[in-house]
Design a protein around this ligand. Structure first.
Ligand SMILES: Cc1cc2nc3c(=O)[nH]c(=O)nc-3n(C[C@H](O)[C@H](O)[C@H](O)COP(=O)(O)O)c2cc1C
Length: 324
């Protein structure tokens, strides 16, 4: 299946793996790229630019296919060493960067100057248009259903994707709620040129996370996610657990007076405990509503082959049959 996205990134299938904190390590990124998609290392999971350089080198040993790096720009008191991370990406010969969280304009000259394609992930048409105007090559349109940060507009992909198609000239992928061949065909019908998946890729054999995390996703239904940190305008969709329910109780009790410090026990530094140690109630961790569509833990190759097989069958048989 060729689209502007497969051409832009030099990949076989229009399937991207979004950056995921403490999940997007070389094991998963290389597995996705080896299966014909585009795998991404999550930059900030590596605590220093030197460690990111090492992770890029490790990934290169595991695949000779293109892979990318996610760079997330989040508001923080002590910002990470972004110039160092950008340099590690350039020096590592990476050809694709997924930016997210904030306007990437400041970093575009360096990235584009090194021949790197930039796909910016955003949750609104106005931010997508801004990214197009400043020179990004593609957009990952992240709908309200997504795991992670859906923004504050709450527009689901059935509306957001066709709105993006009406407005954008550069290609975009559908992100949030994507799980299978049906998702891919629907995304294509709505104007996207591929899909980006987060939660679905965690429940794979190669995802370098504790088995408890994979089983929690398989066990969860589409009703099991919660939105936290809305009062802080930093909304995150997470899987419900005791820490999340405690966090929501604090939000109800403290109302508009709540500060980030109030919820530190539920959100700060919890990812390694969850992803590596499998402590499922350690804190809030991103998970999409798409968990309701995830029922197994295949290899990445099986997952991508299945998606492409289902998509081709849907287009050729079901849809072509209906259109006769
Ligand atoms: C556990 C987890 C961690 C994530 N961490 C990041 C991150 O660090 N940076 C980022 O840009 N997106 C992050 N995301 C969002 C994903 O890249 C992707 O946009 C999202 O998962 C798509 O929605 P889906 O889960 O419904 O597929 C994360 C998602 C999950 C599930």
């Amino acid at each position: 299946m060729q689209t502007r996205i497969t051409e832009l990134f030099g990949i076989e299938h229009p399937i991207l793996q979004g950056g995921m904190h403490h999940v997007g390590l070389a094991e998963l990124a290389s597995a996705v790229s080896n299966a014909g998609g585009l795998g991404l290392i999550t930059g900030l999971t590596q605590r220093t630019p030197e460690l990111l350089a090492r992770e890029i080198a490790r990934c290169r040993e595991m695949t000779d296919k293109p892979f990318g790096v996610n760079l997330t720009f989040l508001p923080s008191v002590n910002p990470p060493d972004y110039p160092g991370y950008v340099q590690a990406i350039i020096d590592g010969g990476v050809k694709v960067v997924e930016t997210a969280g904030n306007n990437p304009q400041k970093w575009l000259p360096a990235l584009k100057g090194a021949g790197i394609k930039v796909i910016h992930k955003c949750t609104s048409v106005r931010h997508a248009l801004k990214a197009e105007a400043i020179g990004c090559d593609a957009i990952s349109v992240d709908g309200f259903e997504c795991g992670g940060h859906p923004g504050e507009d709450d527009v689901p992909n059935f509306i957001l994707l066709p709105r993006a198609a009406e407005s954008l000239r550069i290609p975009f992928v559908a992100s949030g709620g994507m799980a299978d061949g049906r998702s891919l065909v629907a995304a294509l019908a709505l104007g996207a040129e591929g899909i980006n998946m987060g939660t679905r890729f965690i429940a794979t054999q190669e995802a370098p996370v504790h088995e408890n995390v994979k089983q929690a996703i398989v066990a969860a239904s589409e009703l099991d996610t919660r939105l936290v940190m809305r009062p802080l305008r930093n909304t995150e969709r997470v899987l419900s657990n005791t820490a999340v329910e405690r966090l929501l109780q604090k939000e109800r009790e403290l109302g508009a007076a709540i500060t980030f410090e109030d919820i530190l026990p539920e959100v700060a530094g919890v990812y390694p405990r969850i992803m590596q140690s499998g402590e499922m109630d350690a804190g809030a961790w991103s998970c999409g509503m798409v968990a309701g569509l995830i029922h197994d833990v295949p290899t990445v190759q099986q997952l991508i082959d299945r998606i492409m097989g289902e998509a081709h069958a849907l287009i050729r048989e079901r849809l072509a049959g209906l259109a006769r």
